[in-house]
Structures are given as structure tokens and as C-alpha cells.
Design a protein around this ligand. Sequence first.
Ligand SMILES: Nc1ncnc2c1ncn2[C@@H]1O[C@H](COP(=O)(O)OP(=O)(O)OP(=O)(O)O)[C@@H](O)[C@H]1O
Ligand code: SF4
Ligand SMILES: [Mg+2]
Length: 338
Amino acid sequence: MTASALQIEDLRIEARLADDTLVLVDGLDLELAPGEIVGVVGESGSGKTTLVRSLIGLLDKNVTVARGAVRVGGEQVLAPGRDTTASVRGGAIGTVFQDASRSLNPVLKVRAQLRELLKAHKRGISKGEAEERMRTVLRRMQIDDPERVLGSYPHQLSGGQRQRVAIALAVVSEPQIVLADECTTALDVTTQAEVVALFRELVAELGVALVFVTHDLLLAADLCDRVVVMYGGQAAEIGPTRRVLLDPRHPYSAGLLAAVPSWSADGPIRGIEGSAPRVTGAFTGCRFADRCPRATEECRAAAIPWSGGGERDGYRCIHPLSPATAPGASPGGPPVTV
Ligand SMILES: Nc1ncnc2c1ncn2[C@@H]1O[C@H](COP(=O)(O)OP(=O)(O)OP(=O)(O)O)[C@@H](O)[C@H]1O
Ligand code: SF4
Ligand SMILES: [Mg+2]
């Protein structure tokens, strides 16, 4: 059996405040095989970026891992009191953020930035090999004049080119995993489609595992093998993209789908009223209860267990939607090409 590229087990991340402790991520289990694309979706504040930042050791000072573990290529890199993620950042794990300027150094030319990463993570690579590798990776990003781009500062490139260079930086060291956090959100629709096509090719050619964080459910439907729907720091639902979108079991997943205009073409478009709760250590019950049309007293009484077909396909709800009532199953939805 192929080893997992990434294994997250029962991860809990907390933030210490002056008077309280907030739970930012809780009980998250997720495993990615090489070459698998997993989308992480959910509204603002659901913990997506906190999850991504924990995997590369970029958590804020007041934020810690309280429980669980993360393994990269079978090796533990994160657990309470243990953080060796710096050893995989830029090497086994490449990251692309929404804003290319967070990935790029404004005062260094592209060549120097790529070379720095190769020196750190591909020890012993000769200057000639490094030059060849940099050109190859830029060509793979569909940059047809790699020489000009290598000699440019980030501000001399267009927004689309900057994001391609940011992806080149994420993959130049041949990572096992790429984390992409809202990296297409700031791009126009055409460039967005090109970047998504690039990711698809990268995964097919290099066999990397891709974690693709997005607000855009339709983009996730187009690109991802599986999706994780996050709510209030927990996975509300995880499953093969097609299953989650056409047959959501968690009321929150169904609510997200009903809020997508083209998905709800034959029905009313509804946002989900209210906002996510502030989750402290003392929180009990379902995090979605205050906004959920199916909530009962039982939902508020105790933590909600995970149900369904295991951690690769399941949901956290005690009154799940049945396939017959799931709005995503309505014929109004666009075809899903996964
Ligand atoms: N250092 C911190 N201290 C306290 N709370 C924090 C800290 N960092 C993040 N949070 C809170 O954690 C929650 C999750 O934030 P996060 O940025 O991970 O969400 P997100 O899903 O990425 O949202 P978005 O879609 O807006 O990017 C938010 O409520 C945020 O305010
Ligand atoms: S457990 Fe209850 S409150 Fe939570 S999503 Fe399911 S039905 Fe709604
Ligand atoms: Mg975020």
C-alpha cells in the first residue's frame, strides 16, 4: 500500500487569549495519498488558514497544537510540544497563498528566490543543474520566456505571472505536498482557470498531493477528488467531491450549496443566516446548532460524533439529510466533472 503523503490525526489547535482559550481547529482527521487533490471549503473564520499554517509552522505566538499529530511522508512533524515543520517547509511541503506578494520577496529577482530554495532543499545541486531546473519549472508554469522572468523583480511581472512564479517556488524542490490557500481568489476568471489547469497538470505529472483551500465550491467541484467542509474549526463533512456536492448529508454543506447561484438555479438562493459561534474550551454540542433548521435539544447536549463511512467519507451530524431531501441532489445543479 502506498504511504500517505500527509496524515492529520485528531488535530486540535487552540489560541490563548488574556481571559480565555479559543478552539480554532478541533478533532480534524485527514489523510492524503500522493496525487490526491483535496479541497477545503467553508465560510470565513472556519479555520482553513489556521490548518494550513500549522502544517508549515507559521502559527501565531499565542496559538498552539493542543492535541493530535501531523505526519508528512510517514514522519511526525507536529504534535503537542513538538514542531519540526520548518524541516519540511519549502522542501516536502510547498505553499501558495492568496496574495503572491506573501510568497515572493519584493527585493530579490526571481532567479535568486528559486536558487535560494534549491540550495536549501536540494543540497549538492550544481549551478548548471539549478539553472536548468529553474527554467524547466517556469516552462511547466507556461511561462514562455523564462530567461526574462528569472531576471525580473516581482513588481516587473503581471499579477498572473507573479502567481505562476509563486507556484514555481512552491514546486521547485519537488515537494510531496502543495498547500494552496485561496491562491486563485485574487485572479480574474481566465487566469483563475489557467492556474487551476496548471495545478491539475502538476498533480498528474509530479504526483504531489494538493490541499486546495477555497471559498468557491464550484472551483472545488471542478478540481478536487475529495472535499472537506469545515465549520467552526471542525470537519462538518468529508467525502468524494461528487458525493458531497450531489448528496450532502450535513445541513451546513447543503446550506453552502444553496447559497451558490448557479447551483440553485431551480430554487431560491439562500445564504445561511447568523454567524459561526465563538468556540471556547467550554463549548458543548453541535457548533452549527444556532443556525441549523434541523437542530433539536439533543444536538446541544453533547459533542456530535462522526458518522458515515469513516474519515474519508462521513459527516458530523445526528440528524443528517437523507439523499431524497438533499438540495444538492436536485436536477438544478450543473454537471460535476469529477
Ligand atoms: N492568533 C489568533 N488568536 C486568536 N484567534 C485567532 C488567531 N488566529 C486566528 N484566529 C481566529 O481563528 C478563526 C479561524 O481563522 P482562519 O484564518 O483560520 O479562518 P479561515 O477559514 O481561513 O477564514 P477565511 O476564509 O476568512 O480566510 C477565526 O475566528 C480567527 O479570528
Ligand atoms: S447535529 Fe443537529 S444541529 Fe448539528 S448539524 Fe446536525 S441536525 Fe443540525
Ligand atoms: Mg483563510
